[in-house]
Design a binder for this molecule. Structure first.
Ligand code: RB5
Length: 144
């Protein structure tokens, strides 16, 4: 898959780990949208760089990492074709794919350890959407 990845300063170190996992080990095509250091940046700006690509179909998936994952997930879900899920464990990662067909994964570097984060990413990239009644429910999002 083509995957855009982005972080603010609060997620920079974890982004570096996740980029290597997704590109070098899992062999996906990764577009690193920044940031590129721990210098402070505004997380909505990095959210936009990733979510515009998911929204217009330039990439298949996005991964966003900030301190908590909260701000980026809130900003990401403002895009029409983005279904962003903030995941803290294997179960939420699996269910965000099976039931919600999440196309953007949000992580909080200050919340979870790197091992849990890698487990979440492996699961989230491997699990397929279940479809059926879950697709019917996703179509109701636009009526919310
Ligand atoms: C930055 O300090 C922090 O607010 C940001 O990384 C994120 O946690 C926002 O939701």
């Amino acid at each position: 898959m083509k995957i855009a990845i982005g972080a603010d300063h609060g997620g920079f170190h974890l982004k570096e780990l996740i980029r290597l996992l997704v590109a070098d080990e899992l062999r996906h095509e990764v577009q690193d949208m920044g940031c590129y250091s721990t210098a402070p940046v505004n997380y909505p700006d990095l959210t936009r760089l990733v979510c515009e690509k998911v929204d217009n179909g330039t990439v298949d998936r996005g991964i966003l990492i900030c301190g908590t994952g909260l701000g980026m997930s809130m900003a990401a879900n403002r895009y029409d074709h983005v279904r962003a899920a903030l995941c803290h464990d294997h179960y939420t990662a699996r269910m965000s794919r099976e039931h919600n067909n999440a196309n953007v994964l949000c992580l909080g570097e200050r919340v979870i350890g790197s091992g849990v984060a890698e487990d979440i990413v492996r699961t989230w990239l491997a699990v397929e959407f279940s479809g059926g009644r879950h697709q019917d429910r996703i179509e109701l999002y636009s009526k919310c």
